[in-house]
Design a protein around this ligand. Structure first.
Ligand code: PLP
Length: 453
């Protein structure tokens, strides 16, 4: 049990939290009256709160605890590394064994054309880095006009100024004068919400061709790159129609632009493949990674670079960019241990052919529930669109978001973490969830839906 929770009762913890802690993505005024949930420990797929309740972590923290909570091997690897070399930087031609080992491991699990990695501490920093990398890439190539990055409405690429600008979240853009110049947003492949009368396949082609139309409108000589998540996570687990990615692939191969696959959620087994790009057969030039890289045990992110990108940047001399914690040895040790566990326990393969299909089958059956308009899931990431009149995709609960919030709160009372994005319920459990735990999980989701009706 957590030391603080032994000393302070829950009410005192909540009060101190509300007084002194400014939370990310939180309505602070509401927090002051309601108080925060206090999670004190975790093990496998289970969280324990300060009142001793056990809660099934249906979100793997924030889509990151792929190997589950409470992993001793990671704790031991981190402890050993802290004693050996607790910190050193990788600036100015310096390196150390953990960063070398992790870089090498990543080149083993990534597609053959990706062999270099730049490290940072988060997905947001990775995307900030990428903005500078792609613009510098085209400068070195003698095409300095190619600066605009095309991204998608409702995409999520982080919270830093560049990350939030690449993201297509209107609420974030409204705070702090975003997006920065040179970012252009196009439609997302969200058939359920925006497909109108088109079939999923027709809509997927239309959404993909928005990229082509944007390149033509902006001028190919001005466009540096296109960034997209293989499956949009924070936007509501938007699984694109089957026609979408092949068409985007065609467009990217015909046009002179870089393709950035944001693998921060989809990477490290979430879709039953090492990367979301593997699942969809994509060949990205750059891939931001974070979250599942260390299963969230310590903050670490990175930018995976195709050979032609690193070779081009190399020609530009020094790249004036880096973070104090780039390649932090202890974070690298956590990531190495995490990847070794994913590999040695065959966790990615299990998601592809055993527990993944078992969960998908049960999850997709929830589409029959009277409250659910559509159930979707790939690998172990899924969504339920809550809808008032299920055959009619245009009908929404009003005001949007209230039913989702209610359902999320009920799920928590049922000992389950689900996330609400508008009126969609989102899940992304630890990849180590067992069949027995999946049965329990589905039971809790069903109970929650029944109580929300
Ligand atoms: N990219 C994607 C696809 C994400 O989902 C996230 C976070 O949820 C980020 C980037 C930002 O990562 P971080 O929160 O580690 O900065």
């Amino acid at each position: 049990m957590n030391v603080l929770s032994n000393v302070y009762p829950t009410a005192a913890l909540r009060e101190a939290d509300a007084r002194h802690h400014w939370h990310p993505f939180t309505d602070t005024a509401a927090l002051n009256t309601e108080g925060a949930r206090v999670i004190v420990s975790a093990d496998g797929v289970w969280l324990t709160d300060s009142d001793g309740n056990r809660i099934l972590d249906g979100m793997a923290g924030l889509w990151c605890t792929n190997i589950g909570h409470g992993c001793e091997e990671i704790a031991e690897a981190v402890y050993a590394q802290m004693k050996e070399l607790g910190y050193y930087n990788t600036f100015f031609k310096t390196t150390h064994p953990p960063v070398i080992k992790l870089s090498e491991l990543l080149s083993e699990i990534t597609p053959p054309h990706i062999n270099r990695v730049f490290f940072c501490s988060s997905g947001s920093e990775a995307n900030d880095t990428i903005v500078r990398m792609v613009r510098t890439y085209w400068q070195i190539k003698g095409k300095p006009e190619k600066q605009t990055i095309i991204a998608r409405h409702n995409g999520y690429h982080g919270s830093t100024v560049a990350g939030a600008s690449l993201g297509g979240m209107g609420g974030m853009h409204a705070q702090g004068g975003l997006p920065i110049p040179g970012i252009h947003h196009i439609a997302q492949p969200y058939w359920y919400g925006e497909g109108g009368d088109l079939s999923p396949e027709e809509f997927g082609l239309w959404a993909a061709r928005e990229l082509e139309r944007a390149i033509d409108a902006l001028g190919e000589d001005k466009v540096a790159a296109f960034i997209a998540e293989p499956i949009q996570g924070a936007g509501g687990v938007i699984v694109p129609p089957d026609s979408y990615w092949p068409e985007v692939k065609r467009i990217c191969s015909e046009r002179e632009i870089l393709f950035i696959a944001d693998e921060v959620i989809c990477g490290f087994g979430r879709l039953g493949t090492w990367f979301g790009s593997d699942y969809y057969g994509l060949k990205p030039d750059l891939m931001p990674i974070a979250k599942g890289l260390s299963s969230g045990y310590l903050p670490i992110g990175g930018v995976l670079m195709a050979d032609h990108v690193s070779e081009t940047l190399e020609q530009g001399g020094e790249f004036f960019h880096g973070y104090t914690y780039s390649g932090h040895p202890v974070c690298c040790a956590a990531a190495i241990a995490n990847i070794n566990i994913l590999r040695s326990e065959g966790i990615v393969e299990r998601v592809a052919s055993d527990t993944g299909p078992y969960l998908q089958q049960k999850w997709l059956a929830l589409g029959e529930h009277p409250l659910v308009g559509e159930a979707r899931m790939v690998g172990m990431v899924g969504a339920l669109e809550l809808a008032p009149a299920k055959p009619d995709r245009t009908k929404r609960f009003e005001p949007v978001g209230d039913v989702g919030t209610l359902c999320r709160d009920i799920s928590f009372k049922n000992g389950l973490v689900m996330r609400a994005v508008r009126d969609s319920m989102i899940v992304s459990p630890p990849l180590v969830i067992t069949r027995e735990e999946i049965d329990d999980f589905i039971e809790r989701v069903t109970k929650t839906l029944d109580a929300t009706l």
